[in-house]
Ligand binder design. Structure first.
Ligand code: ADP
Length: 788
């Protein structure tokens, strides 16, 4: 309680006292005039009771607190009369003698008397003991009003205890109270208080029974108070005595009473608070002492006592002990407003029930609010997380399905690669690239350029589309198209690179380029070929004109020189070579016509069987002259279809002349025709030298001859078969050869059967073109005769 507070304060006072003392000593040496002003004052504090009385001690502390405030030095003497224990006249006389002896040569500037006995003692003896010394009293219960104003040396503060307010608050806190037991003593204060009580009790008489215990010993108190009826209160006004009739302090008395009974105890003495009483309208000994001390200071400062009127303003207030309140279920909110509560464990207990409920409600409300906020926050967060998950999935899918490789690198170190990127570089998983250096798979010829591009990216610029070369995991090199943008990775600027394998595209581009070049070359070649064809055509026509003239001249000469056998022979050789030249020129003209697209078939509905048979038979004379047998066979006698008899004549004669040319004496030639309904087959087969297997494919090519040496034996230009092939193609048919080297060859023509609408059948007769045909045979077979 306050004890600690006062002890600390005492230390502070002692320290300050020491400080002032030292300051004064110093001042004495430094400024003697000042020291004179600060003359030392002497104060006597005369207490009615002993040092064991808390009330008295509180008064002394109050006096000192007032004196310590002031700027002068003083010395105090404190006397304790111990009148609680003994207060006989004899005792007071002996005290007078003692003080006379003690203070005979001592003069005080002011005397402070605490409580009634000290006041009355001084009243009686101060003229002899302390003549003319001003007296300031405090704790005076019964000032015996009549005497006070008459003595000009007496002033002070009257102890106005408020017993009624204490009873009233006790009854309001315990409304069922029926009995109040008053513990008092027979000291002058006790007697005086009892008198006052007797005046006010009738007011409560109807409902309260008052019982007085004036001289209780501790043993009696324990016995009597143990069995107090329910609905009782104790009003503690005075002291107990021990079994040796020694007075106990109010504090000790309070403790014993509190232990002895189970009913609430109320009192108005501050020294009992905290030692067993619930509380009451408490009078403070400290405040009494402080007021008295302040009045003493004013007297020391020179104020006349008569100008300092007695005061009744003692500061009483409602004070309660929290421990006892708890014991008797009294809540702080039940107390009068402004009450002081001691032994409060914490300020929070002083808060009223309502405030606590409001506080709890507020806390619950706040917690609910927080929970609601957190729930909303959690659900919001969950939604955001779900969105984030979805977006992550979408992002992952996007990266997986992205048709381009995606690579993120920081300062050249790969931190991300998407699956497509890994696949492009031939890796099984994109994880293979994490932490690798991009220069490991970048072609060295691009290292410098890429370094420059990375610098540009780090400065925040995008880099435009660019073609590079990457190495795949297997070491092969691919062409890639790359674009990049800056990418913030933590605090560093990295690069996000999008790349695409363009190897195939590059190949296609190269192919396209070469194709265009080829096309150009082809065009040039075709132009050249046209030129060549035109040249051949011109040349053939130019050759044919003098040749015809030579040929006509030869015929004329032959007629004229018929009777000159030697010359006739030479003319025959001349005519034979004219035929050969004509054959060559005709073939060249036809070939160039075919190439130029000017050659047209003059189709007519004819019996192809008879035409082919007639042509075959027409050369039998020539063939047989070489001792080669010629046979014609057919499975049908007539097949009407649209043909050009002249071109058919060229085809068959050419094949027959070849057959004769490449067969030897005694061999055979078979011409066979087969009707297959929609198409017809014409085969010219011989048992001649045959064609080597590797040459079979090339004999239809223009100017191709199987053997140059053979060519020398068998004249020819290598145009015949090419011409036949082209003519058969014009019919929409095909020409193929089956040959066994050394055993003979078979040339097979397949012609589709077509008939012209509305065209009458032409009976094509070789006699119709007799002369013409004989000449054609002569021309076609001109290679065979050896009239040289
Ligand atoms: P040529 O005017 O040289 O006879 P062709 O185009 O008619 O030209 O024939 C080309 C070549 O085909 C001949 O030189 C010959 O080597 C070969 N050839 C053609 N017919 C026969 C055949 N019946 N037997 C063997 N070889 C043949």
């Amino acid at each position: 309680m306050r004890k600690n507070h006062y002890t600390t304060k005492n230390y502070i006072i002692a320290f300050l006292g020491l400080f002032f003392l030292l300051t004064n000593i110093l001042t004495l040496f430094i400024n003697p005039s000042f020291s004179k002003e600060r003359e030392k004052k002497h104060v006597l504090i005369l207490n009615s009771y002993s040092t064991t009385t808390a009330w008295t001690n509180n008064i002394v502390k109050g006096i000192h607190s007032a004196l310590n405030d002031k700027a002068f030095t003083y010395s105090t003497r404190i006397e304790y009369m111990d009148s609680k224990n003994i207060h006989t006249e004899d005792y007071f006389e002996k005290l007078y003698e003692l003080y006379k002896l003690k203070f005979n040569h001592y003069t005080f500037d002011v005397i402070i008397a605490s409580d009634d006995d000290a006041f009355y003692f001084l009243k009686k003896y101060h003229h002899e003991l302390f003549p003319n010394t001003p007296i300031v009293f405090c704790g005076l219960n019964n000032p015996k009003g009549s005497i006070l104003p008459k003595d000009p040396l007496f002033t002070g503060v009257v102890e106005k205890i408020d017993i009624k307010s204490t009873i009233d608050i006790a009854l309001s806190l315990h409304p069922n109270t029926k009995n109040i037991f008053i513990i008092n003593d027979v000291s002058s204060a006790g007697i005086s208080n009892k008198k006052y009580l007797n005046i006010i009790t009738p007011e409560y008489k109807k409902r309260i029974q008052f019982t007085f215990y004036d001289k209780l010993t501790t043993t009696q108190a324990q016995e009597k108070l143990q069995s107090l009826p329910q609905n009782s209160l104790i009003l503690l006004m005075g002291f107990l005595r021990d079994d040796f009739n020694e007075v106990l302090s109010l504090r000790e008395s309070c403790k014993i009473i509190s232990k002895s009974c189970s009913v609430p105890i109320y009192s108005f003495w501050d020294q009992s608070l905290g030692h067993g009483i619930v509380g009451g309208m408490i009078i403070s000994g400290y405040e009494q002492g402080k007021i008295a001390g302040s009045m003493a200071v004013e007297i020391l400062n020179g104020k006349k006592v008569e100008n300092l009127p007695m005061t009744k303003e003692s500061s009483n207030s409602y004070m309660f002990d929290y421990n006892q309140m708890k014991r008797f279920n009294i809540h702080p909110s039940d107390l009068p407003k402004g009450s002081t509560i001691v032994n409060m464990p914490s300020q929070i207990y002083a808060i009223s029930k309502k405030s606590i409920y409001i506080f709890i409600f507020y806390i619950i409300f706040l917690l609910l609010g927080i929970i609601l906020f957190l729930l909303l926050n959690i659900s919001k967060r969950k939604k955001i997380e779900e969105k984030l998950r979805k977006s992550k999935r979408a992002y992952r899918k996007l990266l997986e399905f992205l048709p381009y490789g995606l690579l993120v690198h920081v300062e050249g170190k790969c931190v991300f690669m998407n699956p497509k990127g890994a696949k492009t570089l031939g890796a099984k998983t994109h994880l293979e690239f994490l932490g690798t250096n991009i220069y490991d798979f970048l072609h060295p010829s691009y290292h410098d350029i890429v370094r420059k591009r990375i610098k540009k990216l780090e400065n925040g610029y995008n880099v435009e589309l660019f073609e590079e070369k990457f190495f795949k995991i297997d070491g092969s090199c691919i062409d890639v198209e790359v674009s990049a943008t800056p990418f913030l990775q933590k605090d560093t600027v990295g690069s996000m690179v999008l790349f695409n394998d363009i190897t195939q595209r590059k190949k296609e581009e190269a192919l396209q380029k070469s194709m265009e070049e080829e096309k150009k070359r082809l065009k040039e070649a075709m132009e050249y070929d046209t030129l060549k064809t035109e040249f051949f055509s011109n040349l053939s026509h130019e050759l044919k004109t003098p040749l015809n003239l030579i040929f006509a001249t030869t015929q004329l000469l032959e007629l004229n020189l018929k009777n000159h056998p030697n010359t006739h022979k030479s003319i025959q050789i001349l005519r034979q070579n004219c035929y050969r030249m004509l054959r060559l020129v005709n073939n060249l003209i036809d070939i160039t016509k075919l190439d130029a697209g000017y050659f047209e078939l003059e189709l007519q509905n004819c019996n192809i069987i008879s035409i082919v048979e007639d042509i075959t038979l027409s050369v039998s004379e020539y063939v047989e002259s070489k001792n080669i047998s010629l046979l014609f066979d057919t499975n049908i006698e007539e097949k009407i279809m649209a043909i050009d008899p002249h071109s058919m004549e060229r085809i068959i004669l050419n094949l027959l002349s070849n057959a004769v040319k490449f067969t030897s004496s005694g061999d055979s030639i078979f011409v066979n025709m087969q009707d297959k309904g929609n198409y017809i087959i014409i085969s010219v087969k011989d048992s001649g030298i045959g064609i080597p297997e590797d040459k079979v494919k090339v004999i239809f090519d223009r100017f191709r001859q199987v053997d140059k040496s053979l060519t020398r034996n068998h004249e020819g230009s290598g145009i015949g078969l090419s011409l036949v092939h082209s003519l058969v193609n014009m019919y929409g048919g095909s020409l193929r050869v089956e040959s066994e080297y050394g055993h003979g060859s078979e040339f097979i023509i397949t012609l589709p059967v077509k008939v012209l609408d509305g065209d009458n059948l032409k009976n094509y007769d070789l006699s119709y073109m007799e002369n013409n045909h004989i000449e054609k045979i002569s021309i076609e077979f001109s290679d065979i005769y050896s009239l040289r």
